[in-house]
Structure formats: C-alpha cells, structure tokens
Design a protein around this ligand. Structure first.
Ligand SMILES: [Zn+2]
Ligand SMILES: [Zn+2]
Ligand SMILES: [Zn+2]
Length: 159
C-alpha cells in the first residue's frame, strides 16, 4: 500500500474513531482506488487473494456506512453500490449517471443539484441523492454508426 493512501485511510478511520482494522483498511483502499461506486463483489475482486470473505466485507461496509465514511451510492434491482463519502457534502451526494443498458455507473462530482425543499409535513430530509439514467457511449453508439455508414455509401463515384 502506498504511504499517502495508507495515511489518508488512517486519517479517515481516526476521524470517526473507528479502529484501524485490516478489513476496513483494505476495503477503504479499494473504494479509494476505484473512484466510482462498487458492489461488494467488485470490491472483493479488486482486493484479490487477500480479500476478507463476503460476510466480513458486508459487515465491514456496514460499519463504514454507519460511521459515515461510506455511502450507499444507490440501490438497484441488481445490487447495492458503495463509495467513499468524501466527495459528498453533508446533505447531498453528488449525482450518479447510470447506463440503463449495461448498468455501469459514473460519479458526476462536478454537477451540483439544488437541494430539495419543503418535504411533506413531519418529514425531515437527511440526504439527497440524484440518479440520472441514460445510455453510456458504448451502449448509445449504435445509432451514430448507422448514420456514418449511410454517408459513406452515398459517396459519388468519380467519372
Ligand atoms: Zn454520498
Ligand atoms: Zn452502457
Ligand atoms: Zn459517486
């Protein structure tokens, strides 16, 4: 583990008074390196041979979520995705773009969405998450490719 990453992770754990255990450190490192929301399975694959077992990974993720270091970026039918909470403000997670075709997710940390106001009477907003749905470049490219080939076909032959 690189020293800067190690120090950043130690600082994160210290800031919420969690013990610096090995599973917490390896999971935080995987999230830090991934830089986009990860499922528990993706985390296990990223850690490789040294990965804690699945039960430990879930339990550790829950302790990190409970401490506020990790957010559930969003939940879909397929799985939960986790990410470091350090790019979120106190009340708002950055928006996420989800490809409805292949399911890949991107953090849109540069986009700010106005915080929703006036919840129904008696409700309190703790956190706002925005999910944008559409097609990623590889899933959305089919239409463009067809258009290009049409142009090529229409090229007139020289006399
Ligand atoms: Zn967040
Ligand atoms: Zn896609
Ligand atoms: Zn994100």
């Amino acid at each position: 583990m690189k020293i800067e990453i190690k120090e950043k992770i130690n600082k994160l754990l210290d800031s919420v008074k969690l013990k610096r255990t090995e599973p917490r450190r390896t999971i935080l490192e995987a999230l830090l390196r991934a830089n986009k929301p990860q499922t528990a399975d993706e985390i296990i694959i990223a850690i490789g041979d040294e990965s804690p077992n699945k039960v430990t990974v879930y339990r550790t993720l829950e302790s990190l979520v409970g401490a506020g270091l990790v957010h559930r970026a969003f939940i879909d039918e397929r799985s939960q995705r986790y990410e470091l909470a350090d790019k979120c403000t106190e009340h708002q997670c950055h928006p996420h773009f989800v490809c409805t075709d292949c399911g890949q997710t991107h953090c849109m940390t540069q986009v700010t969405v106005p915080m929703a106001t006036s919840p129904p009477a008696g409700f309190v907003i703790h956190r706002q998450q925005v999910r944008l749905e559409g097609l990623c470049p590889s899933c959305g490219n089919t239409g463009n490719r067809q258009d290009n080939s049409k142009t090529v076909d229409n090229t007139p032959l020289p006399d």
